[in-house]
Ligand binder design. Structure first.
Ligand code: NAP
Length: 169
């Protein structure tokens, strides 16, 4: 069965973005995102896709899937789906992991409609005045381990920790 994962970075109030952009520049978290999604499938909302600078999209070495209600969305090099269920149907049986990579609407949709196998959640110390948030979920349903911790330094404006969540069987 195709594995479904989700990856997100959020602040202490579950904030993930503002004005359709990220609110921090944390290179080692970005590197983690790039490494873990490499060679896999990424599924994102149209607004998240729009927020990626043109020169960086589609995200290289990954199958990029965009969700939009617009039938004529122009997203070169990407697959566009009008329904999450159609997207999942098409990817069914793929040996690669499907990564749900946001933003807020797509995280909410995926948490509601899919059975997510694992989550990679970066928790950043601080509050960033977000306008987009990651949904609440029941922590009891998951086994949690720490993947990495980054202290504030010349390249990282905030402390953060990357957690791995595996669904309890
Ligand atoms: N911190 C993080 O880890 C992280 C990760 C990703 C994104 N972000 C941030 O999140 C923000 C964007 O999130 P967002 O919630 O505004 O938007 P989004 O989830 O990226 O995209 C929303 C769009 O997805 C499409 N969509 C939503 N539900 C759909 C459905 N059921 N079927 C088909 N298409 C559907 C619609 O596109 P149409 O309007 O085209 O119909 C909708 O406008 C930005 O600030 C971004 O920087 C943060």
């Amino acid at each position: 069965m195709t594995k479904i994962a989700l990856i997100v970075a959020m602040d202490e109030e579950r904030g993930i973005g503002r004005d359709n952009d990220l609110m921090w520049d944390l290179p080692s978290d970005m590197k983690f995102f790039k490494t873990i999604t490499q060679g896999q499938i990424v599924v994102m909302g149209r607004k998240n896709y729009d927020s990626i600078p043109q020169k960086f999209r589609p995200l290289p070495n990954r199958l990029n899937c965009i969700l939009s209600h617009s039938p004529q969305l122009n997203a070169p090099g990407c697959l566009v789906f009008n329904e999450l269920s159609d997207c999942m149907q098409q990817l069914k049986g793929d040996a690669r992991t499907i990564f749900i990579i946001g933003g807020g609407e797509i995280y909410r949709l995926a948490m509601h409609e899919l059975s997510i196998d694992e989550m990679y959640i970066t928790r950043i110390e601080g509050v960033f005045d977000a306008d987009t948030f990651f949904p609440e979920f029941n922590e009891q349903d998951w086994r949690v381990s720490i993947i990495a911790t980054q202290r504030k330094d010349e390249n990282h404006s905030h402390n953060f920790t990357i957690f791995h969540y595996c669904r309890n069987n």
